[in-house]
Write a protein that binds this ligand. Sequence first.
Ligand SMILES: [Zn+2]
Length: 681
Amino acid sequence: MDEYWQRPPAEGPYDASTGRGWRAQRTRWFRWVFAAALFVILGKLWLMQVVQADQWREASERALVLNNALPAPRGSIYDRNGRLYAGNHPDWIAVVTPYNVKGFTFGPWQSPLDEPELDDKGEPRYPDPPPGFEEVAYAVADIVNSSASRTSNPPSAGPLDPYEIIDTLCGYSFDPYRQATIATDLDHETVMRLAERFHDLPGLEVVRRYRRSYSHPQESNAFHQIGYVGPIFEDQKYLYDEGYGPSDIIGKEGVESYYEKLLRGRKGRQVKRPRRPPVVDRPPLPGHDLTLNIDARIQAAMEASLARNVEAVNGDAGAAVAMDPHTGAIYAIASYPAFHSEWFLPDHPPEFDSLRSAIEAARPTERLPYQNHATKSKRAPASTFKIVALTAALEEGVIDPTTYGVHCSGHMELGTVRYCWQKHGHGAVGVTRSLTESCNIFYYNVGIRLGQERLLKWAHRFGFGEKTGVDLPGEHPGLVGDEAYLVNELGEDGWFDGHSANMAIGQGPIEATALQVAVMTAVIANGGKRVVPQVVARITDAGEPVPPVKREQEPVLIDLKPSTLYYVRAGMRGVVQYPAGTAFAAFSGENSVPVSVAGKTGSSESGTDDAWFTCYAPYRHMDPSNPVSADQASGAPKIVVTALIIAGGHGGDSAAPVARDVIRAAFDDEGNFLVSSQATP
Ligand SMILES: [Zn+2]
């Protein structure tokens, strides 16, 4: 040691005090520092490896412990008779944990599918992905694409593209410890062949998951009502805090979205420690099942008729609702045009894209195929609102039903000349005939007698201007505008008689969804209860019923005089029953139905000509002094049906036939109601 430290001096300027060159002096200083550092490092190593050995081994193993999520099957969705709309099938999928692939380095990386982003020097800003990405992508694509089930006809999904796999993996740069799904729908043979490659393709695994599947009982679709599932979007990443992962699916529309929290279930957890078999420390909990009030058979009849009638008049779109007037249970609810839920599933076959595009391309601005027109499209309720105006006038006592009448000459002076739709005039019009023949002149007078305050009060009582509370996402509340609305939003000078006259015929600042008009009709049909429409009848967890979801709206009881119900119902019955009724043709002769129907047409005359028809059945002739108890005795009515055809012309021509077809599906030839009284679990 001494010899080492006293090596002959190196060259350098002479130093008298040491007899050595400057370079040797600096070297000696460094040696001391180096020796001290070495001592510290060795000491630390000794501490870690000998004194704290157990503690450190545990920590390093903890770093290698992988918590894998175990998928939970999503809850199934059934119609009221137990027919399956949405289920799951188990699926083997190939996943890659980017962090574990060969040669991993942290990203972001340059995906082979993206145009490189260049830096100031014109060089790609991001490095190529780790070599393991390419290796695993080509290996998996080779194996999967050569499997018998992939090449069978028709393929469940197209062949795998290695570049797309690499691109997927590059998308995980923000979280390379998560498993990225790179291949789905693997058959047994493929799973075995992939398993043989696990040792030389670190990061690759095959895991089981559940895949959403949709069916069409009775050839019904119910796209907007069932909804669909899809991936979590960029702006929904907050969901990662609620237990979702990047390859998870989430409900996007319909009950799939409204009941997402119940349907999704809870993921399980599997813990993998080095050199030990994986342990399930929390088993997955399947999602709750939903039984709908929807009857797939009625739903199918409604969808077919709606499509046929929208196309027959070259309308833009359509909506229809069939509902139990007493409970609000929705038997069928349709919107046209519509897609199919399975067209939106991840990994869908490419031909589904063309089916979607074809519907999107057909006059998209008017048709809005993504919109549930039954709950989200608000239109002027037109003459269907005369039901509300007449009820209000009778309840408020502004007219006497036994004596009140107007003479319709086809027009009247009201600032400007207002017309009845019947240009030659209806002549003498009383209360019931006013509804049956939908005389505008009668309702202009009634509207002026009621005035703004009472009109708005009754519009709100019947549920206009607020959400019905249906268990579907994104419902529109419609519109009931008052004087402030006219002044502030429309720049008018105030509310005058002309506005009251207009509102009484369902025009002006009043707009409603088809579902709101159905609820309004139910109030008359059931004798005064504003129901909350319900798509879901029962929620079950492993077959056991769970309490219903708390709803925003509660049913509202509206006190209506028996005589009011008598006159309004009789007027509505005439619409269908009498030759002068506005829907007589739609329900007579070869169009007749086996039950008595009471309804009201509507045809809006502003903007597009929208066609309405709303009705209930069966109608019973009642004692005017006590129509409510007569209802209860007979159990009538059974069903409310409302149809709206946007840009569909006259309500009696295009909307009434939809309701007729639904009623034909709901009753047999003897008039027996065919919808089961209770939704089965
Ligand atoms: Zn008239």
